[in-house]
Design a protein around this ligand. Structure first.
Ligand code: 5AD
Ligand code: SF4
Length: 458
């Protein structure tokens, strides 16, 4: 693996300054997971580094960039729809630059489609192009031609990219990139490439900066954070990294996503139990409650092993909560398989389930499996699971009443009330004013209103 360091591209800055009378504006929209949102923040940072300003409407923009997600077909269709809607803007303003980047653009068939059917798209690059974006813009502006990259996999980690973060108190911090797991439904290993970990020193340096800047909730990101450290020279694992970060003094909480159950170790659970800075809420996607389906998905754990881990955590970490991702309608999923998943979800008592109707992804093994499930059946199962999610959510709210929770406050609801989120991402409203924003405060939970909690400062 190669480690690269971003450097300011003075040529690109000069070209931008020559091309535009006033600083041009970029509209960057990210779809999909937090990793992508974080990439979008870096894209904005890099653009600002060469003289762009940012804007939040396409009408104002000189450059429109869609940073896309490929996990489900629905998200891809939305992007094509949104790109299609820009044709008129481009006719009105031929100088407008339109770009598509991210996971969709890492697939050859998508790039071919953009090339053939969307002639007004000027710029296409995949997930590893952010540091090269200034050079691509120079190409586009100088040669006046479209710049569409054929997807390549680049086994590198780029450090010191400038970043323009969306929030002043919640920050994303990638610790690794890529995925080697090849779950049979998932496109991620094909578009995000092989696992690469950042060094503990690089992660620590960014983490310290975030704490110094006043960030209160720092979420460590990776497709599979539990395989952090594989391939690094120094011998380290994810729990070691957490312990290292927790040595940084300050008032902050650490979250992380995503943990693969096959690699989530007891050492990790013990670390969460021991460190006050680690949030007592774990996102642990189970995907299905049926062993047969888990095997077909290539997940490498059984329902019983998953449950063992949950039970161990409940024993070691008082009040721990879990959330999960679940796919419904995976090829071959019978009504019986699905019924086991429903029961399993109830048994685990998930604070939140993210429910995904299975989506066929070209090039993945599951797309070729027999017994694909009808869309209508997927929707019906998704709705039934959503009902269980709602019931569990209500139970979670009820079981929180009377407890004291740490809440990170965000914004006023009105002149007299503030709202924030506690560990399992439950919304909490208390009497208070804007001074509470961006502080972590202990709150006594006193009641429930609709789908959120009421409380008072402890
Ligand atoms: N269809 C439906 N859901 C999927 N996910 C990943 N690939 C697919 C797919 N092809 C879901 C998984 C994963 C989450 C981020 O997206 O549940 O955990
Ligand atoms: Fe996809 Fe599985 Fe990797 Fe997650 S662990 S990104 S679901 S292949």
């Amino acid at each position: 693996m190669e480690k690269l360091t971003y450097t300011h591209n003075a040529d690109a800055a000069a070209v931008i300054a020559q091309t535009y009378d006033t600083p041009p504006l970029a509209y960057v929209r990210s779809y999909g997971c937090q990793q992508n949102v974080n990439d979008g923040e870096k894209i904005r940072g890099v653009l600002m580094d060469i003289g762009f300003g940012v804007c939040d409407s396409v009408e104002q923009a000189d450059l429109i960039l869609f940073n896309t997600c490929a996990v489900r077909e629905h998200a891809e269709q939305r992007v094509f729809g949104n790109v299609g809607a820009l044709k008129k803007l481009k006719e009105k303003n031929p100088r407008l630059i339109i770009g598509v980047c991210g996971c969709m653009a890492q697939q050859k068939h998508i790039v071919d489609k953009l090339r053939a059917s969307y002639p007004y798209v000027d710029l296409v690059f995949g997930v590893d192009g952010i540091d090269r974006l200034p050079a691509m813009l120079v190409e586009r502006l100088h040669r006046g031609k479209r710049y569409l990259e054929t997807p390549v996999e680049r086994n590198a980690v780029v450090e010191e990219l400038p970043i323009r973060r969306d929030s002043g108190f919640r920050a994303w911090l990638p610790i690794m990139y890529g995925c080697d797991n090849f779950c049979t439904y998932c496109i991620v290993p094909y578009v995000r490439g092989r696992e690469r970990s950042r060094t503990p020193a690089d992660v620590l340096a960014e983490f310290k900066t975030l704490v110094e800047q006043g960030y209160k909730e720092i979420t460590l990101l990776g497709q599979n954070v539990n395989s952090y450290g594989k391939g690094l020279e120094e011998k380290t694992d994810f729990a070691d990294l957490l312990n290292l970060l927790c040595t940084v003094p300050g008032d902050y909480q650490i979250r992380f996503m995503t943990s693969h159950p096959k690699d989530a170790s007891r050492k990790l659970i013990d670390t969460i139990a021991a460190q006050d800075h680690l949030c007592k809420h774990i996102h642990l996607p189970v995907q299905s409650g049926s062993d047969r389906i888990l095997k077909e998905m290539n997940r490498h754990y059984t329902v019983a092993q998953y449950m063992d881990l949950v039970n161990y955590a409940k024993e070691k970490i008082p009040g721990v909560t879990f959330s999960s991702d679940i796919i419904v309608g995976f090829p071959g999923e019978t009504e019986e398989d699905f019924a086991t998943t429903l029961e399993f979800a109830k048994k685990c008592g998930f604070a939140k389930m993210h429910i995904f109707p299975y989506s066929k992804r070209k090039g993945t093994p599951a797309a070729e499996m027999p017994d694909q499930v009808d869309e209508a059946v997927k929707s019906e199962r998704a709705a039934r699971l959503a009902k269980v999610d709602e019931e569990l959510h209500q139970q979670m709210l009820q079981s929180t009443v009377g407890k004291v929770e740490e809440v990170l406050f965000e914004q006023p609801v009105d002149d007299e009330h503030m709202e924030g989120l506690c560990g399992p991402y439950l919304r909490v409203v208390v009497p208070g004013t804007a001074e509470l924003a961006n502080t972590i405060v202990k709150v006594k939970i006193t009641g429930i209103k609709e789908d959120f909690l009421l409380g008072e400062l402890n």
